[in-house]
Design a protein around this ligand. Structure first.
Ligand SMILES: Cc1cc2nc3c(=O)[nH]c(=O)nc-3n(C[C@H](O)[C@H](O)[C@H](O)COP(=O)(O)O)c2cc1C
Length: 292
């Protein structure tokens, strides 16, 4: 399977098409699609920060839907025929890399017409870890359910989606900033980057919290994580083996932004150098920058 930037279907279409699918057909994913996904996974390079999480496409078991509840996920996943399960690699930004790479796999699955849903929970040393024969110390920060979509309209309008306002995104002014966090970025000032930012905004995030903030400074785009209260990694969540999940959201944002920028022919690369500017508040943390 060709990688995402080489495909005829625009990345912007795939990003718009994707949604969190929680109800699947019983029909298993065809051998051909499974092979294409496995090839895609096998060809993934390192993540933008240099770590290389490992991902596996595995078949679902009858008990998985119920097991998910005990592992801290929300929303009932009905009939998933497969899961994508990954383990973290070492590295300072390994969770962002995991989010970035898993999202690429999700977009590849979307291209194959498959439904997916990110699931965050305490998977480390769970039945999901056993499916991939993970070592005892392997960390699994999230998994993705996958399968043929049961009913696109129904899936999109499901009760859970309405409860958590899944189709809603924060307004542009609350997400993107111009030089300081007190000045919202206009679409006009974003120029060619208005579309990559819009595609970032459509990305999935845990509980739809949308913790991504992007600040334009000259030709650089600085990415920040604005943590939601109660999501900060506590000793309890660490004890339960739950990852610092909002860092995955930042990786997903990086994926949507970069793939769209590349498709539009906008050159750029990631670098790490925190700008010296006052942060929005004490819950705001620098992640990475894009030199455009
Ligand atoms: C890291 C992460 C963890 C998530 N965990 C769950 C989960 O446990 N259960 C669930 O039903 N959805 C989960 N979601 C899906 C979000 O609820 C969903 O992305 C968000 O509500 C936006 O909806 P959309 O993906 O349909 O655009 C998760 C998403 C992310 C990115």
């Amino acid at each position: 399977m060709t990688q995402l930037n080489e495909i005829p279907q625009p990345i912007t279409d795939l990003i718009r098409q994707r949604f969190s699918c929680r109800s699947y057909l019983e029909q298993p994913i065809s051998a051909e699609k499974r092979q294409q996904l496995k090839d895609f996974i096998g060809a993934l390079p390192n993540g933008p920060s240099g770590s290389h999480p490992s991902f596996f496409l595995v078949a679902a078991d009858r008990e998985d839907s119920h097991a998910l509840k005990d592992l801290g996920t929300y929303g009932f996943i009905r009939g998933a025929t497969g899961f994508i399960i990954g383990t973290l690699d070492a590295g300072e930004k390994n969770l962002e890399d995991y989010g970035y790479q898993m999202e690429q796999i999700i977009l590849a699955a979307t291209r194959l017409g498959l439904g997916t849903c990110w699931l965050g929970g305490s998977f480390t040393r769970s039945s999901f870890a056993r499916k991939i024969n993970a070592a005892d110390d392997a960390l699994i920060p999230a998994v993705t359910s996958i399968g043929e979509i049961a009913n696109v309209t129904e899936a999109r309008n499901g009760l859970l989606r309405r409860q958590i306002n899944a189709d809603q995104r924060l307004p542009w002014e609350q997400l993107f900033f111009d030089q300081t966090f007190s000045a919202p970025l206009t679409r006009q000032a974003a120029g060619d980057y208005a579309i990559p930012l819009e595609m970032l905004r459509l990305g999935p995030s845990a509980s739809n919290k949308q913790p991504w903030r992007v600040l334009k400074y000259g030709s650089n785009w600085h990415f920040f994580l604005q943590r939601s209260k109660g999501y900060r990694e506590s000793s309890l969540t660490r004890f339960l083996g739950v990852a610092d999940i909002q860092r995955l959201d930042l990786g997903i944002a990086m994926c949507h932004f970069e793939l769209t920028a590349r498709e539009l022919g906008l050159p750029g690369k990631w670098f790490s150098a925190e700008p010296v500017i006052p942060k929005a508040d004490e819950l705001t943390e620098y992640t990475v920058s894009w030199a455009g």
